[in-house]
Design a protein around this ligand. Structure first.
Ligand code: BGC
Length: 426
């Protein structure tokens, strides 16, 4: 580790409040698969690695890692297809399993944040009532009610992880289930998913009056590939509006105004006005946009190492300043902000250390500027399965040997513990 950086950190006056949430985030399917999930058969790679890190059996040991790190918050997801493997079957043992996770976290003084939906669906749901069908609303709410009425001691709830990514992957690009490229269906799915959020918000508050509920929204910074090209600039403007601002406006007004480039504007009403106790922001990168008539919707995504911080294992640009930008956008909502994911895929853990430090520095600056940021969750605890990329992305603070399933700390784990201690007010 670079010692000069340590010394500089220690001499800084801590400014993170004592109750700031220092966490890590995970998702169930990415750690442990699930035989009844739609993704289990969607990506052929999963046929060879059905249990991935086998976290489902090894969770007690993995939760000890959280204690070792010294985090005070943990975001994890419930795998819907384990709770409800068939539409008419609720699996009591699976519910007990998640309750045990919560109980262990509480015994460690770690605040649980539960994500109800992190990309995967039970297979029966996808076959019968995917998100563009009206029936999806009732199915999701039944599952939500089962969870909030049975799980004890959870205050923080995320209804959907990255609803826009579900829509883009599943309904516009077609690379994720249900695999459509269909704008009208994507708009119906958007309405159904956000209707679920609005109704789930009320349901959660009915059972847990002091609950804190949000979505975890993926935010990115966009730039034109060539500044001189008006079409690239138009794409940048549309993407920034749609990806970052349309959801903020919808939570303020109850109306989504969707305007894709080269098509007419659509207004969609959704019952979500004010249905947000904090705003969960997932931030990773900046995306350059290039007009290309041969690509879907005329858009080509590009990444370039403009700041000189490098690219990640997935080829994404490392752009810490962008975090400040999206946090400023998010502050328009006038609710506290929690960074529900931020992390890097890298083989070299020193790259992780640098990434983490640069982004936490930005959070610190935003706090000084008066933004109401209440937490930072690093993605992710241990190496896992990355959607459509397999096992090589290496986002973990702990490295997993996928042959022996042994977990070993990287220097980023040590650094995160140190950062938590040195940056927090006592
Ligand atoms: C998702 C995670 C994913 C991470 C890295 C986030 O957008 O919520 O599931 O692993 O990005 O790609």
């Amino acid at each position: 580790m670079d010692r000069s950086r340590d010394v500089r950190d220690r001499t800084k006056k801590p400014i993170f409040p004592a109750d700031f949430q220092w966490g890590v985030a995970t998702s169930a399917f990415q750690l442990e698969g699930s035989p009844n999930a739609d993704w289990a058969t969607w990506d052929p790679v999963l046929g060879d690695i059905p249990q991935i890190t086998n976290h489902f059996a090894l969770f007690r040991e993995d939760l000890k890692l959280l204690k070792e790190l010294g985090v005070n918050a943990y975001r994890f997801s419930i795998e819907w297809s384990r709770i409800q493997p068939r539409e008419d079957t609720w699996d009591g043992e699976a519910i007990t399993h998640y309750q045990e996770i919560i109980d262990i976290l509480r015994s460690y003084n770690i605040e649980p944040m539960v994500t109800l939906h992190h990309f995967t669906n039970p297979r029966w749901f996808l076959e019968r009532s995917p998100w563009h069908r009206f029936a999806s609303i009732e199915k999701f709410l039944r599952y939500t009610e089962m969870m909030v009425s049975t799980l004890r001691n959870v205050r923080y709830w995320i209804t959907f992880n990255e609803p826009y990514v579900i829509l883009i992957g599943g309904y516009l690009d077609g690379c994720t289930p249900p695999g459509f490229r269909d704008v009208p269906r994507s708009l119906v799915a958007l309405q159904n998913i956000f209707t679920c959020h609005g109704k789930a918000y009320d349901l959660i508050h009915r059972y847990v009056p002091d609950a804190q509920v949000s979505v975890a929204h993926n935010m990115s910074v966009f730039a034109p590939w060539k500044k001189w090209n008006p079409l690239d600039r138009l794409l940048k403007k549309s993407a920034n509006y749609f990806y970052n601002h349309s959801i903020i406006n919808a939570f303020r007004t109850g109306v989504f105004i969707v305007k894709f480039p080269f098509s007419r504007e659509v207004e969609i009403e959704v019952p979500i006005k004010g249905k947000l106790d904090f705003f969960g922001v997932n931030y990773y990168t900046r995306v350059h946009l290039r007009f290309n008539p041969f690509k879907k919707m005329g858009v080509e995504l590009r990444y370039a190492d403009i700041d000189g911080h490098g690219l990640t294992n997935l080829g994404w640009e490392i752009h810490p300043r962008g975090l400040a930008k999206v946090l400023r956008y998010a502050s328009r909502l006038d609710v506290p902000i929690i960074i529900t994911e931020n992390g890097i895929a890298a083989f070299d853990s020193e790259e992780k250390v640098k990434y983490m430090k640069r982004h936490v520095d930005i959070v610190e600056r935003c706090l000084k500027d008066g933004l109401d940021v209440r937490g930072y969750y690093y993605w992710t605890l241990i190496d896992n399965y990355e959607w459509l990329q397999g096992l090589d992305a290496r986002f973990g603070l702990y490295r997993v040997d996928f042959k022996t399933l042994k977990r070993s700390p990287t220097s980023a784990a040590t650094y995160y513990s140190y950062l938590i201690q040195s940056r927090s007010k006592i």
